[in-house]
Design a protein around this ligand. Structure first.
Ligand code: NAD
Length: 341
C-alpha cells in the first residue's frame, strides 16, 4: 500500500470508529455489530503499529469510552477507569503470557484471577465511612456521570457496608448489567405495548442506568458484580490501600464480597497460566445457561505486586486481558429490530 493510501485508510478508520464510539457510549445507540467494530479497530491498530508516525491525535485506539453526558453532573475519577486489551485465540493469549513473563523477568508459573466478561457497563461506587455516597459511570475514563440516585435503586448494592473497621474511603468498581430474564421480560413488555425493543442486554443496562428519572431505573431490575477496587484511603486523599487491602486480586474480591457487595460466582483463582484455557472453554460451554450475558473471559495477574510492576498502557492495564469469545449472531438486531435507549 502506498503511504498516501495508508494515510487515507487511517483517516477513514479513525473517523468511522470515533463516530461508532459516540453512538455506542454517549447515545447508547450502536449502529454496527460489535464484531464489525472490533474488526475495524484491529485493522486500525495494525496500521498504527506498522506506521507509528501516522497515528492521529484523536485515534480511538488511545481512548477509553466516550464523553460523559452533560445532562448528568460530572465526576472526576480519583483513579482512572480504564478499558481492557483483548485477544481472540490461543496464540494471542500465549503471546500475552509471554509478554507478562518477559516484563516480570521470570519463568515461574503465573497465578490468574479468572472472571467472566460481563456485558454491561462499568461503574465506580464510592463509600465513605461505609456509606454509599457517590456512584459514577466510566465515561471517558477520567470523567464519568454522577448516577448515584439510579444506583441506589439496584437492590443488591448495599447502601451501607458490613464490617466495623473500614477505610474512610473505599471505591469499588464493577459491572451493572441486566440479567437475561429481565431483558427478555422488558422486551416482551415493549413489544406488547408496540414500543421499540432494546438491542441487547448491554444496551438495555446502559439505557436504564443513564436515566434522569431514577424511577425508570428502579423498574428495570438491574444487577451488579464487583470486579476491582479504585481509590482506598482517607478523605484528605492519602492512599492507604497498602494498610487495608489483601495482596492478591482474588482476595481483594472476596474482601469486597465480605463487605456485602455481590461477586460473580463463576470467578476462579487459577494457580497457573496453564489453567486459563480450561477456564475459557468451561465458561464458553456454560455461556448459554448463565443467567447473564457475557462476551468472553477476563484473566488478571493475581499478584498485586506483579500488577504494579506491569503497570498500564494508554487505555488498559498490562496485567489483565479480555479473552473474547468468537462473534455470535453478528447481525441479528441491527438489521431486524428497531431499538430504543
Ligand atoms: P471492553 O468492553 O472490551 O472491556 C472493558 C470493560 O469490560 C470494562 O470497562 C468493564 O466494563 C467490562 N468488564 C466486564 N467484566 C469485567 C471484569 N470481570 N473485569 C474487568 N472489566 C470487566 O472495552 P470497552 O472499552 O468498554 O468497549 C470496547 C468494546 O465495546 C469493543 O470491543 C466493542 O465490542 C464494543 N463497542 C462497540 C461499538 C459499536 O458501535 N458496536 C462501539 C464501541 C465499542
Amino acid at each position: 500500500m502506498s503511504e498516501q493510501l495508508i494515510i487515507d485508510r487511517i483517516d477513514a478508520l479513525t473517523n468511522e470508529l470515533n463516530d461508532y464510539n459516540h453512538q455506542y457510549y454517549v447515545l447508547d445507540e450502536p449502529t454496527v455489530p460489535d464484531a464489525e467494530y472490533d474488526r475495524l479497530m484491529r485493522e486500525l491498530i495494525e496500521l498504527e503499529k506498522a506506521n507509528p508516525s501516522l497515528k492521529k491525535v484523536d485515534s480511538p485506539s488511545q481512548k477509553v469510552g466516550g464523553e460523559a453526558l452533560k445532562a448528568f453532573t460530572q465526576v472526576t475519577h480519583q483513579i482512572p477507569m480504564l478499558s481492557l486489551d483483548n485477544v481472540f485465540d490461543q496464540d494471542e493469549w500465549q503471546a500475552f503470557v509471554k509478554r507478562v513473563k518477559d516484563r516480570l523477568n521470570t519463568e515461574d508459573k503465573i497465578a490468574f484471577c479468572a472472571e467472566p466478561k460481563l456485558d454491561g457497563l462499568a461503574v465506580s461506587l464510592r463509600y465513605e465511612h461505609g456509606l454509599l455516597v457517590q456512584a459514577a459511570t466510566r465515561g471517558d475514563g477520567s470523567v464519568g456521570e454522577n448516577i448515584t440516585e439510579n444506583i441506589r435503586t439496584i437492590k443488591t448494592i448495599p447502601l451501607k457496608l458490613r464490617g466495623e473497621h473500614l477505610p474512610e474511603v473505599l471505591e469499588v468498581r464493577g459491572e451493572v448489567f441486566m440479567p437475561k430474564a429481565s431483558f427478555d421480560a422488558l422486551n416482551a413488555q415493549a413489544t406488547k405495548k408496540g414500543e421499540k425493543a432494546f438491542a441487547n442486554p448491554r444496551n438495555a443496562a446502559a439505557g436504564s442506568l443513564r436515566q434522569l428519572d431514577s424511577k425508570i431505573t428502579a423498574s428495570r431490575n438491574l444487577a451488579f458484580y464487583a470486579y476491582s477496587l479504585g481509590f482506598v484511603g482517607t478523605l484528605s486523599g492519602a492512599d492507604e490501600s497498602a494498610q487495608w487491602l489483601p495482596v492478591s486480586h482474588y482476595e481483594r474480591l472476596t474482601f469486597v464480597r465480605d463487605l456485602g457487595l455481590p461477586m460473580c460466582p463463576e470467578v476462579e483463582l487459577l494457580s497457573s497460566e496453564d489453567e486459563c484455557q480450561r477456564f475459557y472453554q468451561g465458561i464458553l460451554t456454560a455461556r448459554e445457561s448463565l443467567p447473564y450475558e457475557i462476551d468472553g473471559t477476563v484473566l488478571k495477574v493475581n499478584s498485586i505486586e506483579h500488577q504494579q510492576t506491569l503497570g498500564f498502557v494508554a487505555k488498559a492495564p498490562r496485567w489483565a486481558m479480555a479473552y473474547k469469545f468468537p462473534a455470535q449472531e453478528e447481525l441479528t438486531i441491527l438489521e431486524d429490530v428497531e431499538f430504543q435507549v
